[in-house]
Design a protein around this ligand. Structure first.
Ligand code: CA
Length: 299
């Protein structure tokens, strides 16, 4: 082989070697660069994950801050309650309970001795009316009926029927704050009435966040809030009267033993407040007991 050719081959070999070495270096640099890039990506990824966790925590705190507070209860004392009373309205005035009961043929207005459960005064609502919520305002007692679109007005002392009034839709619960009457109709709406005319002034839509709370039943005005038990549940909503916002939920699960609750219709339905002594009472349809309770924030 001529020397020239040998020399050329030698140069090429050197070139290949040179190129191979350069490629190795470049590859190594590439790997380093790639590794550095990956490392950076990992670090960025971890940072993003941490940021997401922080955002999630902040979101949870935000949601918790604006979610209704949850409450349980403590039974202070229990009192007897007439077991056949299909309670639809309950208030406490001047040392006595005032109770409206339902069902056609069994509807009534009652004045009840809290301690003994004895009915001391009674008016039987004639058929075909199905009695619903009541409220005591000044010297009058108002009573709704379920689907007759008729309400009754009684003299508080004598239970004499003084008159009647009309409204649209169904009548469920009633309460008042001394200036306005609040009435429920089974939906998420509370109607606000002028006590002088018994005409509607405005309506409140009750919402827990953005969700409407339906089946609002018996009502009670307590320290600037409307309490409403939700039909067929053991829950009471604490409602802001101005805008209908649910401020809290009171969970009364387990307050009445299963043996004392004979049928599915025997649901929580009765809230009364003794403003003078700051006592809160609850009962239900056909419940044998009325409970004085304290509400306790859940942890
Ligand atoms: Ca009530």
């Amino acid at each position: 082989m001529p020397d020239a050719i040998i020399l050329e081959l030698y140069r090429k070999m050197l070139g290949v070697y040179y190129i191979e070495e350069r490629l190795k270096i470049l590859t190594r640099r590439g790997k380093i660069s790639f590794l550095a890039s990956s490392r950076g990506h990992e670090i960025s990824h971890k940072k993003a994950q941490n940021s997401q966790k922080i955002l999630l925590c902040l979101l949870c705190l935000f949601v918790a801050a604006f979610s209704p507070q949850q409450y349980g209860y403590r039974v202070v004392k229990s009192y007897p309650h007439e077991r056949n009373a299909f309670t639809q309205g309950l208030e406490f005035r001047d040392g006595f309970l005032y109770e409206g009961t339902g069902l056609v043929g069994r509807s009534s207005l009652r004045k009840v001795n809290l301690e003994t459960g004895q009915v001391v005064q009674r008016f039987d609502v004639p058929q075909p009316f199905f009695g619903e919520g009541i409220t005591v305002l000044n010297q009058r007692i108002l009573q709704l009926t379920w689907q007759s679109q008729t309400g009754f007005i009684y003299d508080k002392s004598t239970f004499r029927l003084m008159g009647s009034f009309n409204y649209s839709g169904e009548g469920w619960g009633m309460t008042n704050d001394g200036k306005q009457i609040y009435m429920s109709d089974g939906t998420s709406q509370l109607r606000v009435w002028d006590p002088a005319t018994l005409k509607e002034i405005r309506r409140i839509t009750v919402k827990d966040g953005s969700r409407e709370v339906t089946a609002l039943n018996e009502l009670e005005f307590v320290r600037g809030e409307i309490l409403a038990n939700v039909w067929q549940t053991d829950r009471i909503a604490r409602i802001a009267p101005m805008d209908g916002k649910v401020l809290g939920w009171i969970d009364l699960s387990g307050i009445l033993s299963k043996t004392d609750r004979p049928e599915p219709e025997a649901v929580l339905n009765g809230i009364a407040y003794d403003a003078a002594a700051d006592r809160l009472f609850v009962t239900g349809k056909l419940w044998p007991k009325i409970f004085e309770i304290q509400i306790v924030p859940k942890k």
